[in-house]
Design a protein around this ligand. Structure first.
Ligand SMILES: [Zn+2]
Length: 147
């Protein structure tokens, strides 16, 4: 998993333009979630992914790109939290309504979908070397994707 986690950090930096910390740690969310994005007191993004969540790589890739899209689109409106004590808190501010939450989720999905489509076309070139679809999709985004 170390190579994957290193690549995830590199992809996060490329797609969001900033350093993002990715942790395999249970997200603290108001509703059950497999992953969550929060903003630390220093303003930097932290993504927590449930370490007990055992799903195929494609679903991890889907989840990861979705959270990265939240960093790009919504980090600015998140309330900073102490990420060394708390795990990530749910990315929607508590005041927001369900409608606002839904529209943010849709925005994140639209951006993540663009990245995923690119990775789906480009991963096979990397697969010849890496033999892992997940690693290959990350490499496609890291080396071939132009924003
Ligand atoms: Zn979301």
């Amino acid at each position: 998993m170390n190579e994957a986690l290193e690549l995830m950090h590199a992809v996060a930096r490329k797609l969001t333009g900033q350093a993002v910390t990715i942790r395999f740690k249970e997200p603290q969310t108001s509703r059950p979630a497999n992953a969550a994005t929060c903003k630390g007191l220093d303003g930097a993004a932290v993504i927590d992914i449930d370490p007990y969540w055992n799903r195929p790589d494609d679903e991890l890739f889907r989840l990861f790109t979705h959270e990265l899209a939240h960093v790009v689109l919504h980090l600015g409106i998140m309330t900073p939290v102490n990420v060394t004590i708390a795990s990530a808190v749910y990315h929607a501010p508590s005041k927001s309504t369900d409608a606002v939450t839904r529209s943010r989720e849709a925005e994140a999905e639209a951006l993540a979908d663009k990245w995923r489509k690119f990775a789906m076309y480009g991963w096979e070139n990397h697969y010849r070397v890496h033999r892992s679809r997940f690693i290959s999709m990350l490499k496609a985004l890291l080396y071939d994707y132009n924003k």
